[in-house]
Write a protein that binds this ligand. Sequence first.
Ligand SMILES: C[C@](O)(CO)[C@H](O)COP(=O)(O)OP(=O)(O)OC[C@H]1O[C@@H](n2ccc(N)nc2=O)[C@H](O)[C@@H]1O
Ligand SMILES: Nc1ncnc2c1ncn2[C@@H]1O[C@H](COP(=O)(O)OP(=O)(O)OP(=O)(O)O)[C@@H](O)[C@H]1O
Length: 296
Amino acid sequence: MSSIELKSRAKINLSIDVLGREPNGYHLVEMIMQTINLYDIIRIKDIPHGDIIIKTDSSEIPIDSDNIVYRAVNLLKNQFSIDKGVEIFIQKNIPVAAGMAGGSSNAAAALVGLNKLWKLNLSEKELQDIGFKLGADVPFCISGSAALAEGLGEKLTSIKGLPQHINILICKPELFVSTKEVYEGLNLNKIQNRPNNDLLLSHLECGDVKFVAENMANVLEEVTSKKYKEINEIKKVIMMNNALGSMMSGSGPTVFGLFENNEDASKCKDELIKKYRQVYIVNSSEKGVEISGELK
Ligand SMILES: C[C@](O)(CO)[C@H](O)COP(=O)(O)OP(=O)(O)OC[C@H]1O[C@@H](n2ccc(N)nc2=O)[C@H](O)[C@@H]1O
Ligand SMILES: Nc1ncnc2c1ncn2[C@@H]1O[C@H](COP(=O)(O)OP(=O)(O)OP(=O)(O)O)[C@@H](O)[C@H]1O
């Protein structure tokens, strides 16, 4: 095989609770993750020398060693003493720095793709352990679907996710949010609205999306929405258009809404697109990274 193409899917969080802070500054979390059908395309091809070349159609991401995909390749090259090189093209559709794990998902796709291209025969668990060194969201992005994530986000339990017929409206305002700063801005003693994950999981299990949508909570939303009024403005528009519920994803600034009704979702999109460039309607996905093409 000389090249491979993969779909690298984004996620939303249906809940985020933060239970504590580790001495190294990282946080213990308990959150519900859901893969959505909004994806970047990652094309990896062999090249006749040992370099790592990153190309992309996006002006918003780096193409040097700061790109998380570059770091993923480098990690595998060092760990398995590989002297081969690759050229990787990233076709970006996932909003950047959005709280949707765009970078983490690209790294996940690179690991899955190189495992095949270089015939490393690593198991999913082994890939996730390597991926965790690159970022807390990478292990989930490798397996995808829906999961309860604990620890720093790497301890995953597979769960039943949102049904595919639910319309997930995504709106990403043009704001830059640093995940590190949002976590640092959280006062663990003053969290107002924590999710009840056990209750959310039992209602997901029986397909009660209305309950889930009405009871979603993300403790990081308090931090980001205090700084940017857009978060609550978008939520308001979403709820005015008959969504079942609305919340910020990850550390933000993306806000999503869950809609039972297709027409309500499109009307809401029409309204939001007048003010925000990045608005999408997608569905949940049962696949995380997916190989979409291979060339001999
Ligand atoms: C907000 C979420 O996206 C929710 O899924 C994740 O918790 C963040 O995942 P991520 O962006 O892959 O996180 P990383 O790239 O590992 O870390 C970025 C920064 O977020 C903070 N961070 C991340 C994960 C975690 N459990 N505790 C943290 O405090 C750290 O300050 C870190 O410097
Ligand atoms: N391949 C990549 N795709 C997206 N961003 C990348 C990539 N490589 C490096 N970055 C940088 O990483 C930063 C975070 O981008 P990303 O899209 O991964 O954020 P995010 O959606 O908030 O992730 P998460 O939800 O995991 O916190 C951006 O500043 C971006 O420039």
